[in-house]
Design a binder for this molecule. Sequence first.
Ligand code: SF4
Length: 284
Amino acid sequence: KEFRNNVKPNWCPGCGDFSVQAAIQRAAANVGLEPEGLAVVSGIGCSGRISGYIKSYGFHGIHGRSLPIAQGVKMANRELTVIASGGDGDGFAIGMGHTIHAIRRNIDITYIVMDNQIYGLTKGQTSPRSAAGFKTKSTPDGSIEQAISPMELALSAGATFVAQSFSTDLKDLTAIIEAGIQHKGFSFINVFSPCVTYNKINTYDWFKENLTKLATIEGYDSTNREMAMQTVMEHDGLVTGIIYQNKDRQSYQELIPGYAEESLTKAELQLSQESFDKLASEFM
Ligand code: SF4
């Protein structure tokens, strides 16, 4: 409850993003955070509005750039829990370069993608997650491109935490976000979050029929990267749960000598008046 603010979300009734918002709020409360200990950074798109709907520090950034901003926030103030968020167009089209490098860099933040397989804010064009053959206003004869597989991509880029969920599975989604926040390194969570207005194919019913929970696969081991990749490929990416977690690899911050000593936001500015004046004059 403490992560609710007074802003009424401007999403269509039934949009999957409502559940993602609720799950972030619940997960933050469950891990014992206070609003002043959380920063939510978002990109552009319907999902990008989420940073304004959670009582925390928030930054509604620019298209595809939630990750560089979120990483900068974390590096400057390690005491904050940082969540970056955005849609599949934001993260896998214009922001794809940032996504891959954030994954391999392993800074201790959580990235939540609200994957609705379409561009909703601009009224329904194909996204990098739209399946081949998908018909929209921009592809009236069906898309001739293949969709990106976010889980395969993350696993091959060296991710230390890869998970996927479905926005109606609020309990599972909340638990996954909690695990992502607690993971020491970059946690990547892709959430199937249906766009009820423009995507009439990948609906709630479609996901219910096609998703497999990893918890129902006997012997599944989320510490086994090879098994994770094989399972994702066998199910065409339509699995939910924690797909892979490596708790042994150190985060980016842990590898920086002296990083843990003092947060940049609290450090004394070691600058003489003369140096400060010189610096200031360069910006005048
Ligand atoms: Fe959600 Fe789609 Fe409406 Fe955007 S257009 S708010 S993604 S349902």
